[in-house]
Design a protein around this ligand. Structure first.
Ligand code: GLN
Length: 475
């Protein structure tokens, strides 16, 4: 079996036993990428020679010693391009420093390898907003991998990466993980430093792992977590060993099922998979409790005020002077800004900037932005109350399996509804994971994966991972 299709945990065992070398892993990975990525298009770039150089010096005594990890193209890795899949940055921006997560991966012996496709500036849920290439779902090339971390999820699913990092502002790790049949974890807000992540919506963004197994997600979370003086929103809290007690079981745990997440428009086959996972958790000794998160219906509207508002401010640095490709022959400075931004940004990014600027403009800020912040508080309080009663919450990740390319592209609102089950966790700052729970038939012959989402209280990743491990053990 190719080493590229194995998990971190399996590879680490073989590496420390001296049965394989880091160079063999890179060789197998290169073969896998060359064999499949012309069809999948998960990668924007890679440098196997540089990876071999790092692999030959890998310290195998470290927790991720000798393990290559793919990186979403919005996380800075020193000396590598970081385009956010935007024409604005393509061929011009080379990262001048390592994001904190990259320094931490390197310090743990991992080898950052390859840049992964995404929706431009992480805005989207299909990876179809990449201005560079279209990534295909490895289970059906006619379908999207989800997004915005579509490249990160597709590469793991296609066994052309061992594991990857993604970012999640409204579901961008969990939703593609569900659509591609892999594990995707969004940590609690503040658990992982955002330093070096190109900011989309700073009060919502978190970096997290896309992996083949729950244990691998825990292993990466161990490494990337922790306070960082370069990110004032990272929390001064201890990092527990997330890999411990993963198999402790769910007996005695109270798991909440919020009725608001089982919406009318949900595919009945997805509902069946989620219900069967819940039944299995009940049989494994968990107490299943019906709960209500009454403000769920406002989450999408709230997010689409707050996220664009923050984005419109964060993206002002891309002006052709400070960052981004510069328009030629503009008459004056203002024209240069306008021309550079008009040429550099794609249509979804422009739509978000316009939405956000409008929501923040004087006279409307109270009506939109302030109101959205107040609703955000209500959504957060829903969860606080629920977690007084239960240890974790089980929901679908997405009401349906991966759609076909272009299915929603004529209607942005339809695409915004893709995030209906994932967005509230970002608004509340709580951790969430998508774990594969089964497959459904979509066409005559095709089967597509479906994930289940587990949400936990703020900093409650231990419970989330334990329930996810139980679901993984069922399969
Ligand atoms: N799909 C959502 C959006 O387009 C979430 C994206 C994300 O989590 N980065 O905003």
């Amino acid at each position: 079996m190719s080493l590229a299709s194995q998990s971190i945990t399996e590879l680490r065992k073989q590496l420390t036993a001296g049965e394989v070398t880091p160079l063999q892993i890179i060789d197998d990975l290169e073969k896998a990428v060359l064999a499949s990525d012309s069809e999948i298009n998960a990668y924007l770039s890679y440098d196997f020679d540089k990876a071999r150089e790092m692999a030959s010096n890998a310290d195998l005594s470290l927790p991720l010693g000798g393990i290559p990890i793919g990186i979403k193209d919005n996380i800075n890795t020193l000396g590598e391009p970081c385009s956010c899949a935007s024409q604005f940055l393509v061929d011009s921006y080379i990262a001048p420093y390592d994001a904190t997560v990259i320094s931490k991966l390197k310090a743990a012996g991992a080898i950052p390898l390859g840049r992964l496709n995404m929706d431009e500036f992480a805005m989207g849920s299909t990876t179809g907003n990449s201005s560079i290439k279209r990534t295909n779902n490895p289970h059906d090339l006619d379908r999207v991998p989800g997004g915005s971390s579509g490249g990160s999820a597709a590469a793991v699913a296609a066994n052309s990466a061992i594991a990857t990092l993604g970012s999640d502002t409204g579901g961008s790790i969990r939703q593609p993980a569900s659509h591609c049949g892999i594990v995707g974890l969004k940590p609690s807000y503040g658990r992982v430093s955002r330093y070096g992540l190109v900011a989309f919506a700073s009060s919502l963004d978190q970096i997290g792992p896309c992996t083949k197994t729950v244990a691998d997600a825990a292993l990466i979370l161990n490494v990337i977590s922790g306070p960082d003086e370069m990110d004032s929103t990272s929390l001064e809290v201890d990092t527990p060993d997330f890999t411990k007690n993963l198999n402790a079981g769910v007996a005695g745990l109270k798991l909440g099922i919020p009725k608001e997440y089982f919406t009318e428009g949900m595919d009945p086959a997805v509902r069946e998979i989620v219900n069967s996972a819940i039944d299995k958790l009940r049989n494994a000794g968990a107490e299943i409790v019906d709960i209500s998160l009454p403000h769920t219906e406002y989450a999408v509207a709230t997010y689409y005020i707050i996220a664009p508002a923050e984005a419109s401010s964060n993206l002002s640095r891309f002006d052709g002077i400070r960052y981004g490709n510069r328009a030629e022959q503009s008459g004056n400075l203002i024209d240069l800004y306008k021309d550079s931004r008009s040429a550099g940004f794609g249509s979804e990014v422009k739509r978000r900037i316009i939405l956000g600027t409008y929501a923040l403009s004087s006279g409307y800020d109270h009506k939109y932005y302030d109101k959205a912040q107040r609703v955000r508080t209500l959504i957060r309080e829903d969860f606080t109350k629920a977690f007084e009663q239960v240890d974790a919450i089980i929901t679908p990740v997405c009401p349906h399996a991966a759609p076909k390319h272009g299915e929603n592209s004529d209607d942005p609102l339809k695409e915004y509804l893709e995030d209906i089950c994932t967005i509230a966790a970002n608004l509340a700052g709580i951790p969430g994971i998508s774990v594969p729970a089964g497959v459904i038939s979509v066409d005559d012959r095709k089967e597509m994966p479906v994930g289940v989402q587990i949400l936990g209280p703020h900093l409650g990743e231990v419970a989330v991972l334990k329930v996810a491990q139980e679901i993984e053990n069922f399969l």
